[in-house]
Design a binder for this molecule. Sequence first.
Ligand code: SF4
Length: 317
Amino acid sequence: MLPFPPDERYYHYSRYLRERFQARVYRISVDAGFTCPTRDGTKGTTGCLYCSNESFAPQRAENLTTISEQIQKGITLMRRFHKAEKFLAYFQPFTNTYAPVEKLEKLYRSALAFPEVVGLCIGTRPDCVSGEILELLAQLNREKYVSIEFGIESVYDKTLEWAHRGHDFARTRKAIAAAKVHGLHVAGHLILGFPTETRDEILATPAILNELGIDALKIHHLHIVKNTPLAEYYAENPFPLFSETEWIALVADFLERLRPEIAIQRLCGEAKPGTLIAPVWHLSKNEVINGIRAELERRGTHQGFLVGKNESNDNQI
Ligand code: SF4
């Protein structure tokens, strides 16, 4: 049985949250001042190929307020503008498990100290979760809810190498399996549109994700943002990027192949205003999402429609 009404076409994360917490739950993004191994010299200094250097500017650390201040501000705003009732502290930018376990526990507990905060979402890399860290998260998960979000980005080693990720897909598999053994909710981020992957390879990805046991997924389109190593590469070696129409058809194809129990957190990327080089789309994010829903409706299909069936690409437009 589908975990969503078929006319909604896919399993929206907000539905998952509503059913899990029986309340209006919003995520408050928290910046705890972390860096990444691909930035600090451990595995590189320039970051992943598509990642913005601006986010790592020295003034960022100087301007950071405490976790408690960020949460308090988030609660006030979310209550005022969204009538939010409960909150998840979302340790979002950079690698939020990249510190000694004692420091991590202090940071996470300062967010969980708010009674309205019902849990944590922790964004990280597959190569930055030790057994000790997973034990800590499992302990916190016994007290409140914990979701770990891995930057999967691609299931292909050739892409991970091209994008300077500093780990392979075997590492991702291992990290996700370990997080599941520890009883955590596991989400993944994925980027589609790398020039290293064919359309068939992209559409073979859901079957691989289906086996990993992830609970939620964010899908981004590859975009070229100013002040990234990718912007320099693209200027020298331009390659095709998805148009809105191509993206809508691709994501509809992708969702049909993805297990319906995987909650969808995002269906396209978003660049900060003034930073995008390409592709320039004329539809808003909501219009693209509505376009994906409309495309699935036109086909009479939904997320998971092709799982366990013989696949067909006849629906491509
Ligand atoms: S993409 Fe993620 S892991 Fe890579 S440098 Fe940027 S924040 Fe760090």
